[in-house]
Design a protein around this ligand. Sequence first.
Ligand code: P1T
Length: 380
Amino acid sequence: MEFETRAIHEGQQPDPQTGAVIVPIYLTSTYQQDAIGKHKGYEYSRTGNPTRTALEEALASIENGQFGLAFASGLAATTTVLSMLKSGDHIVAGDDLYGGTYRLLERVVKNWGVNTTYVDIDHIADFETAIQPNTKLIWIETPTNPLLKIIDIAVVANIAHKNNIILVVDNTFASPYFQKPLDLGADIVVHSTTKYLGGHSDIIGGAVITSNEQLYTELKFYQNAIGAVPSPFDSWLVLRGIKTLAVRMREHEKNALFLAKFLEKHPKVERIYYPGLLSHEQHQLAKEQMSGFGGMISLELKGGFAEVEKFASRLKLFLLAESLGGVESLLCYPAKMTHGSLPEAERLKRGINDNLVRLSVGIEHLLDLQADLENALSSS
Ligand code: P1T
């Protein structure tokens, strides 16, 4: 079955008892057991809940994976994956990552005795040279947050597997509609379902998908042992979001490509990052690795922070807010928002400059979005 069909039906058969077409929200913390040690597959809702099961099956299917696990946030999913590591283990990570992932690695995971080396992702061979005898995991995002760089997943998977290392790809920015990291050799895919999968800026959630049964068994154990699971209602909202992922992603991309072409030519724009532009350094790789370029654009404005402040204050449709992937357009200032937890020197070293803004392009009418940007830029 094709993606659109699986997104609507996988894990979501009508309720056998009532015929309800939509998976019910099972608001229960526990389940009556038939006898001691004899139950119907559910014992306690941290361990398993039927609404969450439906979501987990849908997640696995749309990532072309075998097993899905849902979490209370993207960072809960990330933390659970990183919990597989032990003191003395080592991580190699791309250097352009969500600020909260960097903060987790540097201020929490480091305290477990697990250190991370960050690789300049413009030099892909550095992933190999950064490997140490104790490296257990490679962690990448692609496209990256916030600079929308593209990493060749198949190349990094090859480096990882030659060295017996697990490759994790955070696929939040592309969404499974545009990119399937497991097909390209990744062992584990992570999502913040808060973003495109939920799609309506009304939940916080996360996901982990794999086709490796051994990894799944371990991660399922950690999911239950750590307990950072989503509520049945949040699971249901993500499940509903997934049903329209394909149509939303097509609109996000159409709008983003149109606006990126407009912004690229605008005299107030110093630099633009959008993988769908011919001028993007890895446009060709993006074209090969992804089936679409997504809805995120980053740009640097001429005139530094003062111009950014004016621009942000004059926009009316693009709301100044953290997050991305919802139907409404958002503007984020990474230096102070999503990447505010990076020390300034680290932030600047990575190219997250004081004049950088990030746009999450929604699915409003593209001409309204263009007019909003034009107005905010021309009066700044
Ligand atoms: O916010 P949460 O659901 O915990 O997800 C964390 C996360 C993980 N991975 C990526 C690539 C992300 O972008 C995020 C969260 N990002 C934002 C809130 C943001 O505005 O970029």
